[in-house]
Ligand binder design. Sequence first.
Ligand code: TRP
Length: 447
Amino acid sequence: MAKLAHAQWSSRMTFVLAAAGSAVGLGNIWKFPYMVGESGGAAFVFVYLLCIALIGLPILVSEWLLGRRGQKNPASTMSELARTAKKPRAWAIVGISGIVGAFLILSFYSVIGGWSLYYTVNSVSGAFSGQDADGIGALFNGMLSNPGLLLLGHSVFMLLVIGIVARGVTKGLEGAVRILMPVLALLLVVLIGYGMTTGHFGEALTYMFNPDWSKLTAETVLAALGHAFFTLSLGMGIMMAYGSYLGKEIDLLQTARTVIIMDTVIALGAGLAIFPIVFANSLDVASGPGLIFVTLPLAFGNMGGGTILGLMFFLLLTFAALTSAISLLEPVVEFIEERTPLSRVMATVVAGVGAWLLGIAALLSFNVWSEPLLFELGVFDLLDTLTSKIMLPLTGLGAILFTAWCLERSSVEDELGLSATGKSVWNIIARYIAPAGVIAVFVTGLI
Ligand code: TRP
């Protein structure tokens, strides 16, 4: 996209679709439910929603606003804006750390993309039909303990991402997002309907929405904060990059609200689809990253039309993962392209193969290399923790601090088209609440 420095999104709708394509992905359907399960349910959901509204929303708006003003890649945008505002050029670190983080996330994201591909194949071959919880569990564990299989899935997924980004056709995907996102939502509705027939839907509702505050620890609050960033694609300069193609007339607050509602509805829908199956089969809510892969296939294997629904679901999940993964590779490629003599294709191959190699270390940590590497974590968990719990919040914090404290206040207020009350609310949230929230959670969660 770098070559189109002054291009703009053709309409607000295209922009919303691109942003939603990045935001809605494995984070919503794979990660959110298992984090809810690991963190004890509703209390986590509640904190997560609070983080989305009070921290995610203002940071999303800030990133778009910075991108729209800077009109460059995140690193150059930040140093340029800092120069104009007569602030230290060191602000460029916000952009650079975003690029490094995107690369790190892509490496393990692609491994899970590979799982989704493998499950797409499994649904066609009828591997789920008539299976009980043990059978489905064995299928999942069989995959995890097989490095060759994981490598195959990871490689095919990464090849798809590299192929799409190298050809620069990422913008062509918005049309597909427009159709496929509603289909994905519809499939979740069907699965929620199935959950209602299990007799455990009420239990799932209570689990997700009736908080037991004793379950809340500093650790789970940090997890909720980190996930709010992850799910909205914040803190990696991606939304900043998207903002650089945004026309002046687009209402940032309203657009952010639309994207956030879509993202949150899909995540909550995934939870509501999964937990009734967990309870109906006495599965472990805290089973971790395998949760959707040991629950949903049970539903598909035991419901009418399950084969075709399963196939559609995992295809759509793979597609949602692809549109997010593309948004992770794109900024890295843009950066390499602008800073080195490499062509777009070469830059894509270098970045993609680099992330692929790191991904191999991540997938081995599920089997042959499962001993902890650092802080009692294996490579996969280490990459996830480093990005979600440290880099995303800190980089996002940089973006909002810069917007709220370094840019001229009145021009930001004008740009957001705020009323008098709107201005005070924005200033309180953007200057104090959101940054203080990030810092407080970050400090308490890490010590
Ligand atoms: N938001 C995506 C998801 O929920 C993942 C993702 C894409 C992401 N781009 C990102 C996360 C940038 C953090 C930063 O699956």
